[in-house]
Design a protein around this ligand. Structure first.
Ligand SMILES: [Zn+2]
Length: 334
């Protein structure tokens, strides 16, 4: 099947807390969006997805659906093996949903979806070997080698959020300690603020009173807003994030030698608070500094919409590759 820029697909970004759906055209523009809280059971989640598709199909003529899923997928993207925040286990999610809604359905890892969106419509457009690091609740990573998704041998690469930067550091949900995402995600940023507040005379930080009154009010977004206003604890927390992000990118560059690193996710849109400093740390930490070309490091152009736009692009690419869902994506895994 061939597709034109006028053909519309639905992208659905399924995260641990919310589900975002959009009708997207071939230029990566979102024409219509919906959002729902992520239901806790597989049956309720599937019902929610079907309802979002039905509502969007009432308003638009769409050709296919793409799902961006925060979890482990089989290399051919036909099976969701495990998702830490979703109920699916070894589930043939795209085929089952396709049978229910009567449209081709394709699935992809959420960070890979975001990477594809940045490649086709955003900050990765001129990258060759590109790494997309999504700094959100955790850290998602997508790697494009020569413009193709790199999955590794068994479909799980690259789990860069769980590279250890501080031995015996903060415990991580993966079972290890000191993982990169415990210092450079939105959650890690909040933990740094809490540590700094406990260590210092924090009366001069607005975050001290706020977190004492309501600990849940401390979010990555709130810390970013406080840092933008010059709050000293928030600024110090971002300096720490910049340090570890720079070190993490240097480790990654020593392994992959990318030409472009795109910083995406919720914190990607606040990159003015830390990216210059992270770049300096990266340049000083990378092996052979001064005698090798360094990757360009850029913030996202699509912000938190990258996952949903990328999911719609996965559907478009799947349609273009043939009528059998996941065929295009399976090829890149071989
Ligand atoms: Zn970890």
């Amino acid at each position: 099947m061939s597709t034109s820029a006028n053909d519309l697909t639905i992208g659905i970004d399924i995260g641990g807390t919310s589900v975002r759906a959009a009708v997207v055209d071939g230029h990566g523009s979102m024409l219509d969006t919906l959002r729902a809280a992520t239901p806790p059971t597989a049956a309720a989640l599937e019902h929610c997805l079907d309802r979002l598709v039905a509502e969007l199909r009432d308003r638009w003529a769409v050709q296919a659906v793409g799902l961006a899923i925060a979890g482990f997928l089989s290399p051919d993207c036909r099976t969701v093996r495990f998702a830490p925040h979703l109920a699916w286990r070894e589930a043939a999610v795209p085929a089952e949903m396709s049978a229910r809604v009567g449209l081709p359905v394709f699935a992809e890892h959420d960070a890979n979806s975001a990477a594809l969106a940045e490649l086709h419509f955003g900050a990765a457009a001129r990258g060759h070997n590109t790494l997309v690091l999504a700094l959100g609740t955790g850290i998602g990573a997508g790697m494009l080698m020569g413009g193709q998704i790199y999955r590794g041998s068994f479909g799980v690469a690259p789990e860069l959020g769980h590279v250890v930067v501080i031995p015996e550091g903060r415990p991580c949900s993966c079972g290890k300690r000191g993982c990169l995402e415990r210092y450079c995600s939105g959650t890690g940023l909040v933990d740094t603020v809490i540590e700094l507040l406990a260590q210092s005379e924090s009366g001069h930080s607005v975050l001290a009173a706020e977190s004492a009154a309501d600990p849940g009010s401390l979010t990555g977004r709130r810390v970013a807003a406080a840092a933008a206003e010059g709050d000293p604890i928030a600024v110090a927390a971002f300096a720490s994030l910049a340090h570890w992000l720079g070190q993490g990118m240097a480790m990654i560059a020593d392994v992959f030698d990318p030409d472009l690193i795109v910083i995406a996710g919720g914190l990607g849109t606040a990159s003015g608070l830390y990216l210059d400093e992270a770049r300096e740390h990266y340049a000083s930490m990378v092996t052979g500094a001064g005698h090798r070309q360094l990757a360009r490091i850029r913030p996202t152009q699509l912000g938190e919409s990258a996952g949903v736009i990328g999911a719609a692009q996965v559907a478009r690419m799947g349609l273009a590759a043939g009528s059998e869902p996941a065929a295009a994506l399976a090829r890149t895994a071989q």
